[in-house]
Design a protein around this ligand. Structure first.
Ligand code: PSU
Ligand code: MN
Length: 302
């Protein structure tokens, strides 16, 4: 382990990969601490790292441990995040308190963007980004704001279908974030391959994704490129299969007066229960798939 700033620690693997310009992929950890149940969360964290390695790239799972930001985690640290109690969900506003108060937690898409960019990474894989919530009078994920400001390729399966997808795409457009379909013209809906909504452009290959990113950043633009990969066909659910569960989970969240950063974890776990585990199967499959595609893109962006 080596410190580059007082608050960021990288594993030797990650540091060497940065120095040697090897392909590197950042991975988020709110999915571990808040998005998935144990033990699926720990298995998934290991599987995502293995997917990245299978493509000859180096994984860098990002997290906060006892007040320090880690880019790249040891197996023991990964297990700590997956099993520990009192884990903070670390988005942008939560970093400084987590550091000052020596807390531990999983970084969201927004939080991971901050840390991965500080460390110098260019590619990041997640499941689904946060976005504009339905129903609530005002709940827009910080993920969108941070995507607007941070130049990484973020590989996702779109935004979770529990969100207002048209409004989420409108905000991304307002912020000037290219929404690139990977071998598709349609914005995926996380559990489902289609949403009926268009992406802003599409790319046929990992190399083309890298060319789009370089062209964007070459203009001095500093937003993310959102690369949207449909969930694997064999694990995807039909929109009809998830719509009922989403409506019920949303109604329950409102009835139980759940707000703020608790909404997404509540919705994800209720979705898994209401679909008898099939949404969880889809979630795990798309996370691994996204890690693999991100690793392929990272070959061209180092
Ligand atoms: N997608 C998943 N599981 C998750 C999340 C997304 O499949 O756990 C997490 C991500 O870390 C994302 C966060 O950044 O939910 C968004 O939370 P919020 O809506 O509170 O910003
Ligand atoms: Mn929110």
């Amino acid at each position: 382990m080596n410190e580059i700033t007082p608050d960021i620690i990288m594993t030797a693997d990650v540091r060497q990969a940065l120095t040697a310009h090897l392909p590197l992929v950042a991975l988020e950890s709110t999915v571990i601490t808040h998005g998935l149940p144990y033990p699926e969360n720990l298995q998934l964290a290991r599987d995502m790292e293995a997917e990245v390695r299978s493509q000859q790239a180096v994984p860098a799972t990002v997290g906060v441990i006892e007040g320090q930001i880690h880019v790249g985690l040891s197996p023991a640290q990964l297990e700590h995040l997956a099993t520990g109690q009192h884990m903070v969900k670390v988005s942008v506003r939560d970093f400084a308190p987590a550091l000052a108060l020596r807390q531990s937690g999983g970084t969201t898409v927004a939080g991971t963007l901050v840390a991965a960019h500080l460390a110098g990474l260019q590619v990041f894989a997640t499941g689904g980004i946060g976005g504009v919530h339905r129903e609530a009078p005002f709940d827009i994920s910080t993920d969108l704001t941070q995507l607007a400001r941070t130049p990484l390729v973020v590989v996702c399966a779109g935004a979770k279908a529990i969100l207002d997808l048209p409004a989420t795409l409108e905000v991304l457009e307002t912020y000037g974030v290219p929404v690139v379909g990977f071998q598709t013209e349609e914005f995926p809906a996380f559990y489902s391959r289609s949403s009926g909504l268009p992406v802003s452009c599409s790319a046929d290959s990992p190399q083309q994704v890298a060319e789009i990113a370089r062209a964007h950043w070459g203009l001095g633009l500093s937003s993310a490129i959102l690369l949207c990969v449909p969930p694997p066909a064999e694990a995807a659910l039909s929109p009809d299969a998830v719509d009922g569960a989403i409506a019920q989970a949303l109604a329950e969240a409102q009835a139980a007066n759940i707000h703020g950063q608790k909404v997404t974890p509540f919705m994800l776990s209720r979705m898994a229960e209401l679909t008898h585990g099939s949404s969880l199967t889809t979630n795990l499959a798309l996370l691994k798939n996204n890690a693999r595609v991100a690793a392929q893109v990272s070959q061209y962006l180092r």
